[in-house]
Design a protein around this ligand. Structure first.
Ligand SMILES: C[S@@+](CC[C@H](N)C(=O)[O-])C[C@H]1O[C@@H](n2cnc3c(N)ncnc32)[C@H](O)[C@@H]1O
Length: 405
């Protein structure tokens, strides 16, 4: 084993490139034992922490790398990426811009900057940056997908579809990216809607949204679904007496769990997004949290729950038959299902579901009711409601409470 810090660092970087993260970390830490301030070791440990989803570790190490070398563009770019993942978007923009002044051709920094600007609601600034990122990596699908999303958010459906088609052409054998490009095309009305949103898309969306989710939902978006759903329970004779085994599907950060907790003797949550689950864990409200796709997980549960809830979750699924069958299977006899869907208006007349430009499904409530009956769920209450605001307009929905027959 080499003792020289530079040789150790190079050995670590080689292991890192091969994907041997634990071994790379061990070597970087050996560098720091010999040279505690070594900025390259801190920078690479920051990258490694980000790859593992450890945002706090990424922030700590990138800060230490920059403390030793404040002008180094690679460190600034990695600091920006870590800040963006932590939801500190304004600071991320500053770090990424500083990196790009020193290294203008860094395509990944450009993509991260464009995505941060788009998430800050500034598509006019985001679009030229993402166009530059896509031009620099003209064979890569990722910057084109980011560009397509930003154009969609800016209201340029034609340009978004063009970029999504180009991403699809370049996705090659990478089914995850191809599925995301097809889903985006479907949301733009340029391809048939699939039966569900790709799991990788939902996970990515909520992983990056997690640090900002609660502030945005309860603030600007006036999100009310958990409270509206919970209010259906006492009206149907179910008192908040902490008696039920409750499953919160797509629990997110736990806003829905907080509304359901007064009914729960035991509260379990499930979500696709590890970062949403990390926020939920911090709440200390759940007895168990599961990282899984509800469609995979539910069929494995045998009649274990008295209440299965899904607040603002089923709008990431088109065909609700498998989810409703899974919910019915997970309920004990006499247990209840409680969920919201976004309701489709005139445009979707006749179709069981449509995929909107916001990339969420809207359902025909009458069709949902028929599917629930087919799954063995008996209607108890159904209510039309405004679920939240979007771009200043109300989002219409339907709330369902059903009993397992
Ligand atoms: C809009 S959030 C709602 C979170 C929470 N229920 C609330 O009311 O605040 C939707 C959540 O559903 C999760 N989700 C969507 N589709 C899912 C699936 N198929 N399996 C598990 N979780 C899913 C997302 O990751 C996200 O955290």
């Amino acid at each position: 084993m080499p003792e020289d810090p530079i040789a150790l660092l190079q050995a670590g970087a080689a292991r890192h490139a091969e994907g041997a993260l634990a071994e790379a970390e061990r070597l970087y830490r050996q560098v720091l034992k010999r040279r505690p301030q070594e900025p390259n070791a801190h920078n690479l440990l920051g990258v490694l922490a980000r790859q593992r989803g450890d945002v706090a570790g990424a922030l700590r190490h990138t800060e230490r790398a920059l403390a030793a070398a404040p002008e180094e563009p690679v460190f600034l770019a990695n600091r920006g990426a870590a800040l963006a993942e932590a939801g500190r978007l304004a600071e991320a923009v500053i770090a990424l811009r500083a990196a790009l002044v020193r290294r203008p051709g860094d395509a990944v920094a450009l993509r991260n900057l464009g995505q941060a600007l788009a998430a800050l609601g500034d598509p006019a600034a985001a679009l030229p940056v993402l166009e530059q990122a896509a031009a620099l990596q003209s064979e890569a699908p990722e910057p084109l997908l980011a560009l397509a999303h930003a154009r969609r958010e800016a209201g340029d459906a034609t340009g978004a579809a063009e970029a999504a088609r180009a991403a699809l052409e370049r996705a090659g054998t990478r089914p995850g990216l191809a599925g995301q490009a097809r889903f985006l095309l479907a949301g733009l009305g340029a391809a048939p809607a699939p039966d569900r949103a790709p799991a990788a898309y939902v996970r990515g969306l909520f992983d990056q949204f997690a640090p900002r989710f609660e502030a945005e939902l309860t603030g600007r978006l006036a999100y009310r679904t958990p409270a509206l759903l919970a209010a259906l329970l006492p009206a149907a004779g179910i008192a908040p007496q902490r008696r039920l085994r409750v499953l919160d599907l797509g629990c997110g950060t736990g806003l829905s769990g907080a509304a359901l907790a007064p009914f729960a003797r035991r509260l379990e949550g499930l979500d696709l997004s590890s970062r949403m689950l990390a926020e939920a864990r911090r709440r200390g409200l759940y007895d168990a949290l599961h990282e899984a796709d509800l469609l995979d997980w539910l069929p494995r549960q045998a009649a274990g729950f008295d209440l299965v809830a899904a607040a603002d979750v089923l709008n990431y699924l088109g065909d609700l038959a498998p989810a409703l069958a899974g919910i019915a299977a997970a309920l004990a006899p006499g247990g209840h299902a409680l969920f919201s869907v976004e309701a489709q208006g005139e445009a979707g007349e006749g179709a069981p579901f449509t995929l909107g430009e916001a990339l969420r499904y809207r359902h025909d409530p009458a069709h949902v009711a028929a599917l629930a009956t087919a799954a063995g769920l008996v209607p108890v209450a159904r209510q039309a409601a405004v679920l939240r605001q979007e771009r200043g307009a109300p989002v219409a929905g339907a709330l369902f409470l059903l009993r397992c027959g």
